[in-house]
Design a protein around this ligand. Structure first.
Ligand code: NAD
Length: 357
């Protein structure tokens, strides 16, 4: 925990349901920690712990960069999300979230959906991204990714048009599908891969995408690579074959290690740091807490264009990789708030209507 200065990590095993969950709170400097619940069949609890620690740290930076009064946290449920009894598992998770006393607020993530959050809500009020409120954050996340991708194009080509650009999208689930829609509407050419072939068929049919095998996506001839599946996809193996000008996607923790961000930079590949580019979902769920309209959330998400461009300009001017420039900006806000704001609000009491108070 001390390596990245996590504040709290909670493990719960519930023998009645088979629930195994970890909640990691990285920081509550800016406010209560918010981050989704990932339900994934991890090979081991060590792997799950590594994931939740990395993801929760990313949430701290994501909120800091987006200017939100939220801290960083995340949770993982270990198990097969296709075979386990969802209601019992997610209600056990809801009790775990409730036990954090408002220091952690959850939402959907990979392997969980809006309807799963209704199960969580039966046990706790500390859940957002609900039906009839801010809803599924994925379309807004995708819109932010699209805006960030355009900022990268502006920086790289001097023109932010994506017409005719070949974009390789890895993962066409919630975010990837919505991103493909926006790119298709603008006139980009899509090359897609997903381990779920039904999802691939849908974007082929609806947006004329070209489908390739999931192991071919890194080496495909494209202008832009958009990782929208899982993390650590910019790694020693993918770097051997990657040929694109820009990496800009929605997945969290795209760099396996910092040195892979250095390698992208050394090759002149423009990289939109993941937590800057994919902040739209967090902005959208924050609307539920801050009382924003969905239009306000959309407008704020649109600003990701300027934030990504700003990060790329700082990186260029200071001769550092973009991931370092983004981290510096995020840490600066955390330090400023720590020094100026006095005692931060560590938890947020939610009333039954779901509005933040
Ligand atoms: P999702 O589960 O709906 O979609 C992920 C897709 O990736 C699935 O279709 C899955 O089959 C596919 N996939 C998994 N491994 C793959 C592989 N090796 N190759 C190709 N495809 C593979 O999840 P999502 O909500 O779309 O999220 C995607 C990514 O974006 C995740 O990293 C998530 O943490 C991040 N993210 C999502 C949001 C959001 O609002 N949903 C917000 C911020 C960040």
């Amino acid at each position: 925990m001390s390596v990245d200065q996590h504040e709290q990590v909670s493990f719960v095993y519930d023998p009645d349901t088979g629930y195994r969950g970890i909640i990691a709170i990285h920081s509550t400097i800016l406010g209560p920690a918010l981050g989704g619940t990932r339900f994934w069949n991890y090979a081991s609890e060590d792997e799950a712990l590594t994931d939740v620690l990395r993801l929760s740290r990313g949430m701290t930076y994501k909120a800091a960069i987006a200017g939100l009064d939220l801290g960083g946290g995340k949770s993982v449920i270990v198990g097969d999300n296709k075979t386990m009894d969802r209601e019992r598992i997610l209600r056990a998770h809801g009790r775990h979230v409730e036990a954090m006393g408002g220091r952690y607020i959850t939402a959907e993530d990979v392997g969980t959906s809006m309807s799963d959050m209704e199960f969580v809500r039966q046990e706790t009020d500390h859940v957002v991204g609900l039906k009839g409120r801010s809803g599924d954050p994925s379309p807004v996340t995708a819109f932010g990714v699209y805006r960030g991708m355009k900022a990268c194009a502006q920086f790289r080509y001097g023109d932010d048009s994506l017409v005719g650009k070949i974009v390789a999208v890895q993962g066409v689930g919630h975010v990837g599908y919505c991103l493909c829609k926006l790119l298709h509407e603008e006139g980009a050419t899509l090359v897609v891969a997903d381990i779920d072939h039904e999802k691939v068929d849908r974007v082929v049919k609806e947006f004329g995408a070209k489908a390739i095998r999931d192991d071919e996506i890194y080496g495909v001839a494209a202008d832009i690579f958009a990782p929208c599946a899982l993390g650590a996809v910019i790694n020693d193996d993918s770097l051997k074959v990657l040929k694109v000008d820009i990496v800009a996607g929605g997945a969290n923790n795209q760099l396996a290690e910092d040195r892979h961000g250095d390698a992208l930079d050394a090759r002149g590949v423009i990289y939109a740091p993941d937590y800057v580019n994919n902040g739209g979902g967090l902005i959208n769920v924050n609307a539920e807490l801050a009382g924003w309209t969905l239009e306000q959330a959309h407008q704020k998400t649109s600003e990701i264009y300027g934030t990504v461009l700003g990060v790329l300009e700082i990186a260029r001017d200071e001769g550092i990789p973009s991931y370092r420039a983004a981290r510096r900006l995020a840490r600066r806000r955390l330090e400023d708030v720590k020094q100026k704001a006095g005692t931060p609000r560590k938890s947020r009491k939610l009333v039954k209507s779901g509005r933040g108070v």
